[in-house]
Design a protein around this ligand. Structure first.
Ligand code: TRP
Length: 464
């Protein structure tokens, strides 16, 4: 006899778990530095449009596919279409779960390790970004340090997923998300009250339109995808634990709102402090691990704020990691009849092992490259530039063109009657965005991320 499938205990449970998936390293680590590099407010403006026009519509589509079928991504497509092609799209999502979690956990492990560094006070030994960068380089090239924290982070992720949807993922998110929010507000207030913080605000909020190019628009769109955990069925899987009464458009809008708000607050917390302590805002990916430790030792109360910051970053990563592992687990539970516990332990270990070469990409395997990319870079490139945009494209096309809006809307209306009655135009917008805007724009992102689009653009500009 098949056991009853798990579901969320409450509506808030879904919203916090989904927001937990969305809010991750993407918000706290990546968003601030890409906004910094691409024109501050101008970039944020473009990013917000991408979130509204592509992010939210695709998120709604994913959650809808999940709730309509109560299945993992493979089962969801299989339930709605006979074609093997669509089942394979679901399979690609499960595969992406393995790939993303393996390298995501490496960075999350660094964050975990930095909590300990902050507690030990080691940041005080490195007073310039160069020396703190070298300190970071030393740590990540220490095999015991990087693999040790990778393992520790994986264990945390496994414990939560092992406990199940309600007792692990939902309860964990209900505790961690409020803590994350409070820590972030505390850090933002600290940043805003530092003398000289205005420079950080104007960096973030004064638009530099000259930095907006085709490329930065594509970066904004790609990030909109990553930050909302779209394109591989994570939100589909979470949607599959939603009960019939859930209001999909409303819940999805709340998730998008929280994710965006948290990215903006993280940007403010970071840039006010970076400017107030006279550091370089354009440090790129190293901003968090090279620049921030120096920022903390230069500001009053920095010892404690450093600890809080890395706890915040680790929590953000953990609530995202559990959604990635859950996709893999849900597949083996639904489709292969595995027990949750066995699936968590087996694939937790498999993904850890897959993460090892990513962690070693910064030391022993730094020279083992493919097209000049290390194992870590290949995993990141494969997931963020190929699997996710393709997955997102297929999800939009599937709902709009294959499954069809007639059927989709019948399912979506359940729980969302009020929106259908009072704000029907929102539904019309959703259809237009999902049917035309999302596929075309995502396709462009895809071409650009595999490097073809720039060549096409050059070809045409050379013609004239
Ligand atoms: N959204 C997370 C972040 O911003 C990352 C993430 C979690 C993710 N699950 C995902 C990205 C699924 C793509 C797909 O850090």
């Amino acid at each position: 006899m098949k056991l009853k499938r798990e579901k969320w205990g409450s509506r808030l449970g879904f919203i916090l778990a989904a927001a937990g998936s969305a809010v991750g390293l993407g918000n706290v680590w990546k968003f601030p530095y890409i906004a910094g590099e691409n024109g501050g407010a101008a970039f944020i403006f473009v990013y917000l449009i991408c979130i509204a026009v592509i992010g939210l519509p695709v998120l709604i589509a994913e959650v809808l596919l999940g709730r309509s079928t109560h299945r993992n991504p493979v089962g969801a497509f299989r339930a709605l279409s006979k074609s093997k092609f669509w089942t394979a799209v679901g399979g690609m999502g499960v595969f992406a779960g393995f790939v993303i979690l393996s390298y995501y956990s490496v960075v999350a492990g660094w964050s975990l390790g930095y909590i300990i560094e902050a507690i030990k006070g080691t940041f005080y030994d490195y007073t310039t970004t160069t020396s703190s960068g070298e300190h970071f380089g030393g740590l990540v090239s220490n095999v015991f340090w990087s693999i040790g924290y990778l393992a520790a982070f994986m264990v945390l992720t496994m414990v939560l997923v092992y406990r199940g949807v309600q007792k692990g993922i939902e309860s964990g998110s209900k505790i961690m998300m409020p803590i994350l929010f409070i820590l972030l507000i505390v850090l933002m207030i600290r940043g805003l009250t530092l003398p000289g913080s205005e420079a950080g605000l104007s960096f973030l909020w004064s638009p530099d339109w000259s930095k907006i190019s085709a490329n930065s628009i594509l970066i904004a769109l790609g990030h909109a995808f990553f930050t909302l955990s779209l394109g591989m069925g994570a939100m589909m899987t979470y949607g599959s634990y939603m009960s019939k009464e859930g209001n999909i458009p409303a819940a999805s809008t709340k998730v998008v709102f929280l994710d965006t708000l948290i990215a903006l607050i993280a940007g403010m917390a970071i840039f006010t402090a970076v400017f107030a302590t006279g550091q370089d805002p354009a440090a790129g990916p190293g901003l968090i691990f090279h620049t921030l430790p120096v920022v903390f030792i230069k500001m009053p109360g920095g010892y404690i704020f450093a600890i809080l910051f890395f706890i915040l970053l680790t929590i953000a990563a953990l609530t995202s990691a559990i959604s990635l592992l859950e996709v893999v687990v849900a597949y083996f539970v639904d489709e292969r009849g595995w027990k949750r516990h066995r699936a968590v332990i087996t694939f937790g270990i498999v993904i850890f092992l897959l993460g090892v070469p990513s962690a070693l990409s910064f030391n022993l395997m730094a020279d083992a490259t493919l097209f000049g990319l290390t194992f870590f870079d290949v995993a990141d490139f494969l997931a963020a530039n190929i699997l996710l945009p393709l997955g997102g494209l297929f999800i939009a096309v599937f709902v709009a063109w294959v499954w069809g809006f007639d059927k989709a809307l019948i399912k979506m209306k359940v729980g969302a009657e009020a929106i259908f009655e009072n704000s029907g135009w929102l539904i019309v917008l959703w259809k237009i965005f999902l049917k035309y805007f999302a596929p075309i724009l995502i396709f462009l992102v895809f071409l650009s991320s595999i490097g073809i689009l720039p060549k096409i653009i050059n070809f045409f500009t050379d013609l004239f």
